[in-house]
Design a protein around this ligand. Structure first.
Ligand SMILES: C[S@@+](CC[C@H](N)C(=O)[O-])C[C@H]1O[C@@H](n2cnc3c(N)ncnc32)[C@H](O)[C@@H]1O
Length: 199
């Protein structure tokens, strides 16, 4: 029997509260957590966030998008126009998963760029992008100096109409910058957050 949309959403969110703290608390990533479930649960949480319409019609850059480019379904859910996956090491796999997704989904344009995130961001104009970065923990990026440079570039390239979405494990914008025209908003029990730039 089909279940009401809201009760399904409630179920997923209730489960996510327990599963996420358990998985992240142990710094554990199984295959299923690298898959669609993570972005499905994120979609459910983001759907309730008051600024979720900000993704509609934008260019969204997924920094470290992964071999399965799972973020593309999230992008499509929220009406993104142009999805750009940045993936240096799993480029071929990312491209083939993206191609398969696009065979059944034509509402957005999408591509994979083979680049590391810092080099890519440095080439982008200021105030031009929406961005997302998920599950890029301390072991993924080279060091704190690199993470700090990435944070600076995200703050520079973030559009005043856009949004930067991320999780506990990925690059945060520094407090000095959050007080310098960038606002941090937490949703879903601080697991995920959004950064907005003042217009
Ligand atoms: C744990 S996966 C996360 C993938 C995806 N964001 C997700 O949540 O499903 C980390 C990805 O970051 C990529 N990566 C590692 N270093 C990177 C860098 N300097 N710039 C961009 N991507 C990077 C890896 O190739 C890998 O696919």
């Amino acid at each position: 029997m089909a279940r009401a949309k809201d009760s399904t959403l409630e179920d997923v969110l209730n489960r996510s509260g327990r599963c996420l703290s358990f998985e992240f608390g142990r710094n554990f990533c199984s295959d299923s957590w690298l898959g669609r479930d993570y972005f499905k649960i994120l979609s459910c949480a983001f759907e309730r966030y008051s600024d979720s319409k900000r993704l509609r019609g934008v260019r969204l850059v997924d920094l470290g998008a992964g071999a399965y480019v799972s973020g593309i379904a999230f992008a499509q859910n929220f009406g993104v126009k142009d999805y750009v996956a940045i993936e240096p090491y799993n480029f071929e796999s990312a491209q083939s998963h993206l191609k398969r997704f696009m065979e059944n989904n034509t509402r957005l344009s999408a591509k994979v760029v083979k680049s590391d995130m810092l080099s890519f961001l440095k080439k982008q104009p200021a105030d031009s992008l929406s961005l997302m970065m998920f599950r890029i923990d301390l072991a993924v990026l080279p060091d704190d100096a690199y993470r700090e440079k990435v944070a600076e570039q995200i703050a520079r390239t973030l559009s005043p109409n856009g949004i930067y979405l991320t999780d506990d494990n990925s690059v945060q914008l520094q407090d000095s910058k959050t007080s310098n025209g960038i606002k941090k908003v937490e949703f879903n029990n601080h697991i995920w957050r959004a950064y907005l730039k003042d217009k």
